[in-house]
Ligand binder design. Structure first.
Ligand code: SAM
Length: 324
């Protein structure tokens, strides 16, 4: 196998593919800005299938399909299937806001999607509307139960921690892991677009952990291979609680991923300003050139991103194009 190994000896086995920057939510922490280029072009399903085939020959084992909202793509089932037919790709995960999951859950399972991650930052309807600027709370809850029912499990729930907005949700969301076999992951807020929202609302995972520990005894749990979260279990619970800590304790040393956008840019790091453009070579199906450029993106992967808390230049320009 022609593996992808960067200058620091990290083996790249995981691709995050943002299949569209379009989204039916307008979350307050995610940038609403989409570049003119991203509004006018998007890889077709054949381009994406071509790329999945190539990366599976380069040692990629895990694919995450993200966005924007990936379920807005009419051809999403074909896209997932085009990943699952590659035998080296053994984990295909979709990250979604859940609002369209009920209608897609069974078909996604049928084409061998491994599981879904659902973003849910609150269990309070009115706070949900404030965060997402949409009245889709019931649809998301419905999507969660549909994906559990068809077996898109273990289901992971991603909750962005926001001081002054959803602290009261930390306990109820953590308690989901007590009642159901779900994995709840609290994510530290990252600066997107401009830093002002982040400065006002960032809270470290330690604060959330403290809040949970005040009410529950926690034991240390384990994650699956290559995961970015630290895991705990409320004693006696079915599920788990994880913390993803890109700000207070970055996990760059073990980073095994690159990101591809729907406009053909490969970003070696979520905070990279540098990228490699593969649009033309994918569109003209020049396989050798595509491989060369993928390798180049791995060569320029930085050792680590800078310290977010200390450096105003460390922010993500456009989350929806990059896919988180
Ligand atoms: N639409 C899908 C969804 O809602 O999950 C996929 C795209 S979304 C950009 C992917 C992930 O990025 C979500 O879990 C979301 O919560 C997370 N995210 C977006 N902005 C963030 C921020 N400023 N800080 C931390 N996580 C963020």
């Amino acid at each position: 196998m022609n593996y992808l190994i960067d200058r620091f000896g990290r083996k790249i086995t995981y691709i995050r593919f943002s299949v569209t920057p379009r989204c039916n939510f307008n979350c307050i922490y995610c940038s609403s800005h989409i570049s003119e280029e991203a509004k006018s072009k998007e890889f077709g399903k054949e381009d994406i299938a071509f790329l999945f085939r190539i990366v599976s020959g380069l040692g990629i084992e895990k694919v995450r399909i993200t966005g924007g909202e990936p379920l807005l793509r009419k051809d999403i089932i074909d896209i997932v299937q085009s990943a699952s037919i590659n035998k080296n790709i053994n984990e295909i995960v979709l990250t979604t806001n859940g609002s369209l999951l009920r209608q897609f859950a069974q078909s996604l399972k049928d084409v061998e999607l491994t599981r879904v991650n659902i973003s849910l930052d609150t269990l309070r309807r009115e706070v949900f509307e404030k965060i997402t600027q949409r009245d889709f709370f019931e649809k998301v809850m419905d999507g969660i139960s549909a994906s559990i029912n068809v077996g898109l499990t273990p289901l992971k729930i991603n909750t962005v921690l926001m001081k002054g907005i959803n602290e009261e949700d930390i306990i109820p969301i953590a308690e989901l892991s007590l009642k159901y076999p779900v994995i709840v992951r609290f994510i530290e807020l990252m600066p997107v677009g401009n830093n002002s929202f982040w400065k006002d609302h960032y809270m470290s995972f330690k604060k959330a952990l403290e809040i949970i520990k005040r009410k529950y005894e926690l034991s240390i749990g384990t994650g699956t291979k290559g995961e970015v979260a630290d895991y705990y279990k409320i004693v006696g619970s079915e599920g788990k609680i994880g913390f993803i800590t890109p700000v207070s304790q970055h996990f760059c040393k073990t980073c095994n991923r690159i990101r591809i956008t729907a406009t053909g840019k490969i970003y070696p790091c979520l905070f990279s300003k540098e990228y490699v453009d593969i649009w033309d070579v994918v569109k003209t199906k020049r396989e050798d050139e595509v491989i060369k450029l993928i390798k180049k993106s791995v060569e320029i992967k930085p050792a680590a991103h800078g310290a977010i808390e200390k450096d105003d230049k460390q922010f993500i320009k456009n989350m929806k194009e990059l896919g988180g």
